[in-house]
Design a protein around this ligand. Structure first.
Ligand code: HSE
Length: 414
């Protein structure tokens, strides 16, 4: 099959945009070239001379020779306007903007359909790992059980640095920013929002489930304290930020983002630094594992290049699973085994929220409880007690109640 010539209008020349430009120079067989680069700030110093840049988006949108718009800017709402306009102008689009896609998924589906143009976004989820296209094409059946893993490079980098080098959180975050891994608003990384946006994309391509980011619970790594880090070290566990999309025994899909204790036997245990790891479980193939760089200029650019190459052969996502009528499981019925750490004074109140308690401990000022509770309960405890934290026991995620539910003699608040 002969490749179509690709003439690119590029929006953004930051970490990924400049990386793409460099990588494109090294892949001449692609038959793709950048015709115009549109940026916001005319005075910023860049690796190319100023005459390479334009500041008016219409010079790309109205240029008939440009058949592909690559959107790599930071602001999700401005990005949406650019992508929308490009699709309306009949131009194919490649983007790495997970927030923009997750927040506007339905509109973007509609626009692709109405204007019959493709929108590809492999780089938006796990950067260099080809997970979206694999879910869309290879796992094109109804036998997927779960897709879960480490999908944010910055938080994995921070947690690795804290554990291995005893860095402070602040220093490790500064390094993640300096290396170009973190979002320009790093709260998106550390509060688990970036992971949640990626999970929205995974849910759509794994299960055909289109949800809004607000439908999914996310907790990040910013509340993790010494008690949890010490517990992990003592038990030989590691803490990783997990994004989970899994079918439950009733056939519904549960989805959440939570920090989790990971056992050494788990493949995610050895996924360190900026790397991401995604485990796909399916009925017959059992478990399969993808690992690769989850952020950074060239790794992210490599996924953008792959999408540009796919466009040159006329590829588009067909979203075949959208007719599957999947249902997102209600937070009230997602039972999880977790540790909740909180102030000493409120430990007994927090315990009252648990359906089952395995263990609890009190130290000078704080304490923790480990047991079974629901996702809804975790969310209300953490909202009520901002100084508290929660960590999932991932190996016991599919908790069933013990047969003799002789629970603590306590009230159950749900
Ligand atoms: N801030 C993101 C991360 C960039 O750290 O994973 C890649 O999506």
């Amino acid at each position: 099959m002969k490749r179509k010539k690709i003439t690119i209008g590029l929006f953004g020349f930051g970490c990924v945009g400049s990386g793409l430009y460099e990588v494109l120079q090294l892949t001449p067989k692609l038959n793709a070239s950048v015709k115009r680069i549109c940026v916001k700030n005319p005075t910023k110093e860049r690796s190319l001379p100023p005459e390479n840049f334009i500041f008016d988006p219409s010079m790309i949108l109205n240029d008939d020779e440009i058949n592909v718009v690559v959107e790599l800017i930071d602001d999700a709402e401005v990005a949406f306007e650019i992508v929308k306009a490009a699709l309306m102008h009949g131009k194919a689009v490649v983007t790495a903007n997970k927030k923009m896609i997750a927040c506007h998924f339905e509109e973007l589906l509609f626009l692709q359909h109405k204007f019959r143009v493709p929108l590809l976004y492999e780089a938006a989820c796990c950067a260099s790992i080809p997970v979206i296209r694999n879910l869309e094409e290879y796992y094109d059946n109804d036998l997927l059980v779960s897709v879960e893993g480490i999908v944010n490079g910055s938080t994995n980098y921070i947690l690795s640095k804290i554990r291995k080098e005893k860095s402070t959180f602040k220093y490790a975050l500064g390094e993640a920013q300096r290396l170009g891994f973190a979002e320009s608003n790093p709260d998106l990384d550390i509060k688990g929002l970036d992971a949640k946006y990626k999970l929205v994309l995974l849910l759509a391509h794994a299960f055909g489930l289109v949800v809004k980011p607000g439908d999914i619970y996310n907790l990040g790594i910013d509340r993790i304290g010494n008690a949890e880090l010490e517990y992990a070290e003592e038990k030989g566990l590691k803490i990783k930020l997990l994004a989970v999309a899994a079918r439950n025994s009733h056939g519904n899909i549960q989805a959440f983002v939570l920090p989790a204790f990971i056992e050494p036997e788990d493949k995610l245990y050895s996924v360190e630094d900026v790397f991401n790891g995604v485990r796909i479980m399916s009925c017959f193939a059992d478990s399969q594992f993808f690992e690769g760089r989850g952020a950074g200029s060239h790794p992210t650019a490599s996924a953008v290049i792959s999408d540009i190459s796919a466009l040159s052969y006329g590829y588009r996502y067909e979203y075949k699973k959208l007719d599957n009528d999947e249902v997102l499981q209600d937070q009230h019925s997602v039972h999880l085994k977790l540790m909740i750490r909180c102030n000493k004074e409120i430990l007994h109140d927090v315990m009252d929220y648990f359906l089952w308690v395995d263990e609890y401990k009190l130290t000078n000022n704080e304490g923790y409880v480990i047991g079974i509770t629901t996702l809804k309960t975790v969310s209300s405890i953490l909202e009520q007690y901002p100084e508290s934290s929660a960590i999932l026991f991932d190996d016991q995620r599919d908790v069933k109640f013990p047969a003799d539910v002789r629970l603590k003699n306590i009230a159950i608040h749900e």
